[in-house]
Structure formats: structure tokens, C-alpha cells
Design a protein around this ligand. Sequence first.
Ligand SMILES: Nc1ncnc2c1ncn2[C@@H]1O[C@H](COP(=O)(O)OP(=O)(O)O)[C@@H](O)[C@H]1O
Ligand SMILES: [Mg+2]
Length: 375
Amino acid sequence: MKPILPGSAIGVLGSGQLGRMFAIAARRMGYRVHTLSPDEDTPTGQVADLEINAPYEDLDAIAKFASGVSVVTFEFENVPAATAAAAERCAPVRPAGHILHTTQHRLREKAFLSKAGLPITPFRRVASLAELSQAAAELGLPAILKTADFGYDGKGQHRILSARDFEPAWSTVAQRESVLEALVDFEREISVVAARGSNGEFIHYGAIENQHSHGILHVSLAPARVADSLVAQAVDIAQTVLEKLAVVGVLCVEFFVTKDGDLLINELAPRPHNSGHFTFDANVTSQFEQQLRAVCGLPLGSPRQLSAAAMVNLLGDIWTNAEPNWVAATAVPNVKLHLYGKLSPRPGRKMGHITALSPTVNQALEDAKRAFQAL
Ligand SMILES: Nc1ncnc2c1ncn2[C@@H]1O[C@H](COP(=O)(O)OP(=O)(O)O)[C@@H](O)[C@H]1O
Ligand SMILES: [Mg+2]
């Protein structure tokens, strides 16, 4: 494949913070960025060369958008399959539409993973209230019911502790096709962010340790505080996933580490991931630049981490009383502030993040927490 060179335009489907950081990386290397989403004045649009407002279902707009760029990538994986197909008729789409199709639906994703022989949490498909109670009897409780598609940041999920939770859980998933998973009593959560180039080249950022609060990522630490052998296993699994899916781009594998020290895959995200945001500040090549390089057919950059890092998400919740105290937070000199340009802070909405760079990961966590408290 002929590389897509600086000066070319890259199309991004979706317009959130992932697209914004991708656009910053792309513009830094002299590319132009076009973004398409239904929204206006978006995090990506604010830093892109061109922001197009159209619904993902408007296939004429998608075709026009794709015709105007050298390659289409995405930052939002719930783009309908027909949208990816329409774009694919006019420009290469990387990662390919079939990868979106697999990973945007929990049942298809789990089918792919189990066929590949990779470890996943025990689960059952649920399509009715009766099936939910049957699945709960088979898996045992506690368990967690998740919509098969369109879930993110813990949305569309309901924990089930007893039969009393069946009805509320079924209404949380809006009576749609769902997955019941055994609740994993994990020791910790980790993720591996990796990239694969068009020639099969593979890089990864090691294991990242993640702490969630109410289903939303709160803190990521890199490197994860786990044994090297576990990192090697997790990276191995990630490599298998990227190769079997023939990913050209970035993909993240989220894992549970069980109390016995085993790895279970929680889910996949076929794009840069919140847990990899630290790479923007701490690594030779960020996950966003890596996505750019991969989709353009350029050699991948060094993923080498230059400093231990801790990232804390800034959710809309911290705006509740007043604008956060940016001056106080920026007074911690080894902390970097990122804001996504979102206009309305809402509880649970990802508005920005901070990354602390320190000699050790424990120190980074302390520094990030200090800056976070100061907000
Ligand atoms: N089966 C499970 N067992 C224990 N915790 C879970 C399970 N599924 C999800 N969680 C918790 O909820 C978080 C969000 O769930 P996830 O499936 O990753 O959904 P999302 O697509 O919203 O990120 C996980 O990172 C984890 O902390
Ligand atoms: Mg997740």
C-alpha cells in the first residue's frame, strides 16, 4: 500500500475527545482533518480543518465526506455498519468496517474471542425477562446485565444481586438483546493499548492499571503494578486479537485480573482508549499518532514510555458548584491539563483529564491526586 503523506486529508467519523486528540496529532504532522458527526462545535470539530454535521445514517453525506479524504478512520465505534460500508466505497476505512461490526456488539465480540480461544467471563445471551432469570440460575449471582450494543461508560448496565433486580435490570437495558455476565470479583483491572500497521508491524504500551468508579474510568496508572509475566500474557492476548481481526490502527483490550492471577478479557475497543491518554504526554509516540501512522501506512513510532504516569479523568461532576480551580491544579508542575472544549458539563460526562509524570507510578498517582483535589 502506498503511504498517505502529510498534506493529505484524513476523515474522522465521530467528533469527541478521541477525535480531538487524534486531530491534534495529525495536524502536528501536517495532515488535514475532516470530521463528521451529528453535532456542532464538537471537541474534534474545534481543532479540525473541516467539521461536517450530518447524521451517520445520511449515506449521501457519508459518501461526500469520504470522497474528500484519503482515508477514513473513526473515534466512535457505534457508527452503523451501513455507514462504514458507504465510506468504504469512496475511501479506505481503517480499521475496516468488519472490525467495527464485531466489536460494537458484545455477543459478536464474545463469539470472536471464544472462537480465538481467548479467556472471557462466563456469560449468557438474554432476550427476555424469562431468559434473564434462566441465565441467572445457570451463571449464579451476583451478575451484571449489559445491553449487547451502544453501551459506554457503564451506561446500559445493571448489577443483579438477587431476583428482585431482574425487572429493574431488564428495564435498564430497555428490554433489548443483552448479555448477562458473571460479576468478576477481580483483583484489579488492566488494559493493553496496541497498534498494528498496514504491513503487520505490532507495537504496544505494556499493561495499564485502571480504576473505575460507577462504571466510568477514574484513574489509569502506567506501568501497571503487576508482575512482568502477567504483562507478557496480556500483551500476547492483545497481539492475537489485533492479528486475528487484521486491525490496521489502534485497539485496546480491557482485562480483569482475577484473585487467582488469571486474565479474563472484559471488552475490546477498536480505537485509542481512555486508559491510553497518558501516552499523549509520557511516550515517544502517543496512541493518537500511532493511529495516524497506522491508517496512513507509515511506519509505527516508538511506543517507549519516557516517564511513569498517572491519569485522572475530569468528569462534569466537578463543575457542580463552580468552574474548577485550574490555576491551583496547574500549580503542580509535573501535571498536564487536557480539556476537550465541551460546552456543557454534566455529571458523568468526560470533560478532560490530567496526567502526572513522575519518577515512579506511585508518585505519579500521588501527584495526580493532589492536582485533582486542588480542582
Ligand atoms: N463482569 C464484570 N464483573 C465485574 N465488574 C464488571 C463486569 N463488567 C463490567 N464491570 C465493571 O464495569 C466497568 C465498565 O464495564 P464495561 O463492560 O467495560 O462497559 P463500558 O463499555 O461501559 O466500558 C468495567 O471496567 C468494570 O469495572
Ligand atoms: Mg469498558
